[in-house]
Design a binder for this molecule. Structure first.
Ligand SMILES: C[S@@+](CC[C@H](N)C(=O)[O-])C[C@H]1O[C@@H](n2cnc3c(N)ncnc32)[C@H](O)[C@@H]1O
Length: 244
C-alpha cells in the first residue's frame, strides 16, 4: 500500500521568485492547495492548476477534514504557509491531527519574511561590534498570554517582532533600550508594494500610524537598522581567526 502523504510548503515572503524550486514543483503537481491567508501572495498561487482554498477562518478540524477527504480521494495536497512554516505557523498540531488518519506530512522550508526584511533594509541582523544575536518574538495577544518583550529588549540583541504592528505603540513604551535606538517597520517585504518606515523607539509608532500601516509588517529594533559603528568582518582579513 502506498503511504498517504501531503506536503507542507513554505511560500516565501511574497515575491513569487522567492519560493524554493522544490516548493514550486510541488505546487505545479498539486490538485489541492490550502494556503494560509493574505500573507501568501496570489502570484505564488499562479504556479498551480489545482483548486486553492484559503484556510483563513477555518478551524483545525475543518482544515484537517478538507485534507483527509482530498487525500482519500487520491488527490495531491499541498498546505502552503507564508514564509517558512517553522515560524508562527500551526504545523505541529496539524501534523498531529493528520497522523491520526495515517497521513504523513513532508515539510519543505521557505524563505522567512524576516530575511526579506533584512534584504529590504540592506542590513544584517548580526554585525560585528553591533549585535551578535537575533531574537525572534511576538507580543502577547489573543493567542499568547504573556510575552518577554521587556526582558529581551535589555539584552542588546537585534529584535525581530512578528505580528506586532497593531501593538507598536505599547511595544515602544515597554522596551527598555534607549529611546534613540533605531527601529524599522517593513510592510510586505519583497512584495511590489513593500514599504519601509524608519525611526527610533521614540518616534516610530507615530510614523507608522501616519503611513497607515496596521498589519503584514515586521518591527526590527536595534543598531543594525542604522549600522554605523560596526567592525569589519574577520572573514576578510582584518583579524584572522578560526572560521568556525
Ligand atoms: C503568522 S506570521 C507568519 C510568519 C511566516 N511563517 C514567516 O516565516 O515569515 C505573520 C507575520 O509575519 C510577518 N510577515 C509575514 N510576511 C511578511 C512580509 N512579507 N513582510 C513583513 N512582515 C511579514 C508579519 O509580522 C506578520 O504579522
Amino acid at each position: 500500500m502506498t503511504e498517504k502523504q501531503i506536503y507542507i510548503v513554505g511560500a516565501g515572503p511574497g515575491d513569487e521568485k522567492l519560493i524554493t524550486v522544490r516548493g514550486k514543483e510541488l505546487l505545479e503537481q498539486a490538485d489541492l492547495v490550502i494556503y494560509a491567508g493574505s500573507l501568501v501572495n496570489p502570484k505564488v498561487l499562479e504556479y498551480t492548476k489545482g483548486e486553492c482554498i484559503d484556510s483563513y477562518g477555518l478551524t483545525l478540524d475543518e482544515t484537517t477534514e478538507l485534507i483527509v477527504n482530498a487525500v482519500n480521494d487520491g488527490k495531491f495536497v499541498v498546505r502552503l504557509q507564508s514564509g517558512d512554516p517553522a515560524l508562527y505557523g500551526s504545523i505541529v498540531e496539524q501534523v498531529e491531527e493528520m497522523k491520526k488518519y495515517g497521513i504523513k506530512a513532508v515539510r519543505v522550508p521557505g524563505v522567512s519574511s524576516v530575511f526579506a526584511v533584512a534584504a529590504a533594509l540592506e542590513t544584517q541582523f548580526t554585525l560585528n561590534n553591533v549585535s551578535d544575536s537575533l531574537i525572534i518574538t511576538r507580543p502577547a495577544g489573543t493567542t499568547l498570554d504573556v510575552d518577554q518583550i521587556e526582558e529581551f529588549s535589555e539584552m542588546g540583541a537585534t529584535m525581530a517582532i512578528f505580528l506586532g504592528t497593531q501593538k507598536i505603540e505599547s511595544i515602544m513604551e515597554r522596551v527598555r533600550c534607549p529611546k534613540t535606538t533605531p527601529v524599522a517597520v517593513v510592510y510586505h517585504a519583497s512584495w511590489d508594494d513593500e514599504k519601509i518606515i524608519r525611526g527610533t523607539v521614540e518616534d516610530i509608532s507615530e510614523k507608522v500610524k501616519e503611513a497607515g500601516i496596521k498589519r503584514s509588517a515586521m518591527i526590527i529594533i536595534g543598531d543594525v537598522v542604522d549600522p554605523v559603528n560596526y567592525e569589519k568582518s574577520y572573514l576578510y582579513g582584518v583579524k584572522q581567526g578560526p572560521l568556525d
